[in-house]
Design a protein around this ligand. Sequence first.
Ligand SMILES: Nc1ncnc2c1ncn2[C@@H]1O[C@H](COP(=O)(O)OP(=O)(O)OP(=O)(O)O)[C@@H](O)[C@H]1O
Ligand SMILES: [Mg+2]
Length: 248
Amino acid sequence: MKKYAFSLQKGGVGKTSLSGTIGFMLSDKGKKTVLVDCDPQGNLSSWYLTDQVDHELAGVLTGKVGIAESIKQIRENLFIIPTYGIDGELKAYGENQLANEPFIFEDLCNELEKMGFDYALFDLSPGMGRIERMVILAMDEVITPMTPEYFSLDGIEIFASELSKIRKNYKRENVQHRKIVCNGHNESIKQHREITGQLPQGYDNYIIPTDPAFRKAQSSHIALFELEPGDRPKKSTVDELTRLLEGM
Ligand SMILES: Nc1ncnc2c1ncn2[C@@H]1O[C@H](COP(=O)(O)OP(=O)(O)OP(=O)(O)O)[C@@H](O)[C@H]1O
Ligand SMILES: [Mg+2]
């Protein structure tokens, strides 16, 4: 099973939009995929789930429920371990209990692998707190979305330095960081052109345009590809997402 986190300490850069969309595309290719909503805001869960959920990720981590009970199926080959945005149990777990169980996400991944998943995609919250660090150390690779702003370029640098500390402190030199997705690019904005021209060297870069399909799909609780024909994502969005998927 391949394990990816979508992470950046900066907010609103597309972590949820990309993890949810790539998950859908993997399932469409016949890959059994589980999304793990690690953000106490629960955005990924409220995007794809409309029914009330009985169990959530925090319940699995605290041992209150089994993984199988908490997993919800979204469509063929696509599943989610949800988080509700309301009661804050995941946040409390991260603050109180996680310090004693730093490898709990590795254990979770081992269980998911035994359940036959091909891919696990972890959507992280903005910030670099204990939950984010403990998820990252359990991953094969972290994909960092960013927006075409100068602060995002700084954000990638800060992320890379945090990641090198995690690798060193937990002896997880194998966690990769190779892909940067510059999301929400508008070619007619000069600053966007400047930023996309200065993306950090040594990474595979992907540039996704500003595309209203993301908001439309999320407010309709469906994937981008399930929108009505007039609302479908732009060709350049699909092309870059496909290129990203091919490297995963
Ligand atoms: N390429 C895009 N074009 C236009 N809007 C986008 C694009 N990508 C994402 N969005 C919109 O931007 C907002 C932020 O995206 P998203 O929630 O995926 O970011 P995030 O990094 O997960 O945020 P957070 O840090 O709060 O978890 C959402 O409303 C989403 O619909
Ligand atoms: Mg998010």
